[in-house]
Design a protein around this ligand. Sequence first.
Ligand SMILES: [Zn+2]
Length: 500
Amino acid sequence: MEYTALYRKFRPTDFSSVIGQEHITTTLINQIKTGRVAHAYLFTGSRGVGKTTAARIFARAINCTATTDGSPCGKCPECKALQKENLDITEIDAASNNGVDDARELREKVKFPPVNCKYKVYIIDEVHMLSTSAFNALLKTLEEPPAHAVFILCTTEAHKLPATILSRCQRYDFRLVARDRLKALLGEIYDKVGKSYEDEALDYIASAAEGSVRDCLSIADLCLNTSGTLTAGEVLNLIGAGDFDSVFELVCKIAKSDFSSSLKCVDALLAKGKSPAIVAKDVSSVARDIMLLKTAPDLFRGTKENKNKIVRAEKDLSLDYLVTVIEIFSALDAELRYSVSPRIVLETACVRACKLAVVDLSAISERLDRLEKKIASGVVQSVAPAPSVEPKQVPQNAQKVWGKVITEVRKSESMRIQTLVGNHSDVAIAGSTLVIYASNENYLEFCEDAVINAISRALSSAGFDLKIKIEKKVGEIDMDEEIIKIKRLVGNSVPVNIKR
Ligand SMILES: [Zn+2]
């Protein structure tokens, strides 16, 4: 028999089982009792706190003809009809149906009256992911809804919704669930499934969930795999101290744009039985820890041991990069919930973060500092072109040598170095020196030790005894192109005004 996750198995079907949101459920129950149902609701709040669950219960309750305490009875003809075919309650996942066509189709369908019940309910999950044109189409429906239509929009990010939509909805803000409520729920559920536990074990699970019922039960699921009584030590092993190292390693690998090692880290984390959603959350929470230690160390709540590890490595991790990682991985939640292949979503995010780490501006500026020091100490030659070198003197040989360098680099170097080296062909030989003319854009990367070492290794494996000199390609700077490049690097958030 297929295993049903605890979160699905114990999903509440009446308002009294929805925990931690009494400020909302009380109001909804009153509306049901008095029959004053609005046309549009907005349920907003963190991940896994019960927005969709409450929407489902409410959708059934307003259609039930014999509600008990405001919750659906499950026995009347309407409740039975909804259990069977459910033609009148439609759940739409806006993460994957976000186009204007989807919104138009909805607009057409909503006109038809409900089949079995009083209300036709549309629950639109992750509604902030709709496109602008889809919002406009939805707005037209919300402006003049048919009497039988009820919309429940659910989102973790209400601030991304247009004001025009917000103003048409009754808004309900779901709260994070308190730790003791989560703990009590865990105890109840473990008792029901016959899992014995140490009291302290539940404390750790409830803390790790950070207010999310879904995360709490997903960790509880993971802990079910242990045999006998669940101990606090086992929980810590599964979620806590042991894992910090693996996640921290992943964050560092991504920062180094090491595609291969970061995907291996992901693989190792998933192999431990963690869900991709938990891994994504762990990554953003470790990135947050590092960010805190860099900016507001007093707020750091981790162990001393972890703190020491971070302090040793944090110099290589720029704030910009950390913010990028937090943004990428915390935005995954919506996508992961509906994806049929969450693993691929997580891996893609990893690769995306790796690629962004390459163009991390502050890392480039840190590299520039290091480079300037090197130039000052004479390790790398300065950018001024040496007068003795005439690039076009022996182009044939230089090209041949470079061709072999590229072949060697492709055999044994990282993807990033392969790309950097492979994209260049402007080389010359002057005496016993291979001169490489790097473009303005790539100059800094080319001067990096890793690149120089890779070229030097390639030269010696190809049997050449040549020194390496990197020079900046001299040429006219196209201002427009420069501006475009800078904008691409910094995004449109920073206005780039260059006076000409
Ligand atoms: Zn009923």
